[in-house]
Design a protein. Structure first.
Length: 173
């Protein structure tokens, strides 16, 4: 199954020995936690370098912002649930972004920075993998933007989204 080459040797051996139905998670295929930390680092830098995204990203935030971002994406794409366990999950993430009055241009730029950060981070350049990443971020930006308006609040106890090769997966994880 040459199309399921990945950075993680254990996931790669499972993918080579299993039918396509049992392919590795997006998290495993990307290369696990180090890959998503590299992606979060590269994405944050691209946002700082963008003339429009720079403003919201240049303000001092939490000192572990990049690690938290990586932990969030790790959980979404099939890795351990550290974000939910440590920082409150989906509802907490959305609450951070409520009432920002973000313009739609911000979302488009955010997605493009994410896509380019995958290159910067050295993630696999497989078309199906890159489609999964892009489609997730487009969905995520729409979700976050829906809470951006004045008076918006995030519902309590939302389940963390779980994204696979086939898109958003139903039900709690």
């Amino acid at each position: 199954m040459a199309r399921w080459r990945c950075n993680n040797a254990a996931a790669r051996s499972r993918a080579d020995a299993s039918p396509a139905v049992d392919r590795p998670s997006v998290f495993e295929y990307a290369g696990g936690e180090p890959a998503f930390l590299a992606l979060a680092t590269a994405h944050h830098q691209r946002c700082l370098d963008d003339p429009v995204l720079n403003h919201p990203f240049s303000h001092p935030g939490h000192p572990e912002h990049v690690q938290r971002l990586a932990s969030y994406w790790i959980e979404v794409f099939g890795g351990p649930p550290r974000y939910s366990q440590s920082w409150g999950g989906q509802s907490a993430m959305l609450a951070l972004h409520c009432e920002m009055n973000a313009q739609s241009d911000l979302g488009d730029r955010f997605v493009e920075c994410f896509v380019r950060a995958a290159d910067d981070a050295g993630l696999p350049n497989d078309a199906e993998f890159r489609t999964a990443l892009r489609s997730y971020m487009q969905w995520a930006v729409r979700d976050v933007m829906s809470y951006s308006g004045p008076g918006s609040t995030a519902p309590a106890r939302l389940a963390m989204p779980r994204w696979s090769w086939d898109g958003l997966q139903p039900g709690p994880i």
